[in-house]
Ligand binder design. Structure first.
Ligand code: GLU
Length: 326
């Protein structure tokens, strides 16, 4: 975005320094670079970011170059937005709420500049355990080797909420590993961990990889402590991982979760955000086909539900034009 923007005309030779002070007249020709924070490559955020960029990079007149690298996940994306390394990012709805309001892991540091763009797919907290681990319920995780997620990931943030509700600390597990999302499936298959936790849309590559390489089961999360969490916090709700998506897991599994949301902050200019949402919603059938987790998305719901930060003004302009918001 404007932090990385330069005028292609002015970049040649000795004019590079002058380009840093590009005048409004030159802004017309400026190529805008936007970087979208995603998650691990075997998750769904990576596909969200790549899909958005694919549509944005096709725009003929907007002159926006979009890239969407893999990152540590939701909390890392909020931190990247704050530092200016990222212009947009995918974050869990609980992380959006906590960051904007300064609660949870963001206690006392409300991120007033955070802005919502839209909600995407649902993301249940997904615990997958090796069949030979003896884990059948959430309580069975105590004393086992559990991947609670890398710091910076959304699953780590949500697992800490679960651990607090249970009165657990990292010492409650035989091992509380902190592997990145893309490393969990092979750790489970190699018997380095008994269970992995992932807040993620379904179906996804990581759970597919794990269930096809080792006999493993999705664990239901619906006891009283979980129901207490859902009652206490407005951004959690009960949800179901449909049966039959993964090898060895034919039945629906009840758990709780959040939604993935697409966010930015007030430093990102209105026109870039407007062009980005226009690229997606003008080509929405195409967008929906880019991942099975997008199949049931409805534009009006995406822009009115699951968001706690205010809408970015550039997004709101497009949504008003469509009659989706007042
Ligand atoms: N929910 C995860 C996180 O916030 C990422 C899931 C994904 O990559 O699809 O870190």
């Amino acid at each position: 975005m404007k932090r990385h923007a330069f005028s292609t005309a002015a970049v040649s030779g000795a004019l590079l320094g002058a380009a840093m002070f590009a005048s409004p007249v030159m802004a017309q020709e400026e190529e805008q670079f936007i970087t979208i924070g995603t998650g691990g490559q075997t998750g769904v955020y990576y596909v969200v970011g790549q899909s958005v960029c694919r549509l944005v990079n096709r725009l003929e007149d907007a002159n926006i170059k979009c890239n969407a690298p893999s990152t540590g996940g939701s909390v890392a994306n909020i931190n990247g937005l704050k530092s200016g390394e990222l212009d947009m990012g995918v974050v869990q709805s609980d992380v959006q709420y906590q960051a904007y309001n300064g609660t949870g892991n963001f206690d006392g540091e409300p991120y007033d500049k955070l802005r919502a763009i839209f909600r995407v797919h649902g993301e249940p907290l997904t615990i997958l355990a090796r069949a030979d681990s003896g884990i059948e319920t959430l309580d069975d995780l105590e004393g086992k080797r559990v991947n609670i997620g890398n710091p910076g990931s959304g699953q780590r943030n949500t697992m800490e909420v679960v651990m607090n509700a249970k009165g657990w600390t990292e010492d409650s597990f035989a091992l509380a590993s902190q592997l990145d999302a893309a490393e969990m499936a092979s750790a489970l298959a190699d018997n380095n961990i008994d269970a992995m936790a992932y807040v993620v849309g379904h179906p996804n590559g990581a759970i597919q990889e794990a269930t096809t390489t080792v006999d493993s089961r999705l664990i239901p999360l619906n006891d009283d402590d979980i129901k207490g969490i859902v009652e206490e916090y407005p951004y959690y709700s009960m949800s179901v991982i449909p049966g039959g998506l993964y090898k060895g897991n034919p039945d629906d599994v009840e758990t709780f979760g959040v939604a993935a949301t697409f966010v930015t902050d007030t430093d990102t200019n209105d026109e870039v955000v407007y062009q980005t949402v226009k690229a997606i919603f003008d080509n929405f059938d195409r967008f929906k086909q880019l991942h099975p987790a997008f199949a049931n998305l409805d534009p009006q719901e995406m822009v009115t539900q699951g968001l706690s930060a205010p809408l970015h003004e550039g997004a709101a302009r497009y949504y008003r034009e469509q009659g989706w918001i007042e």
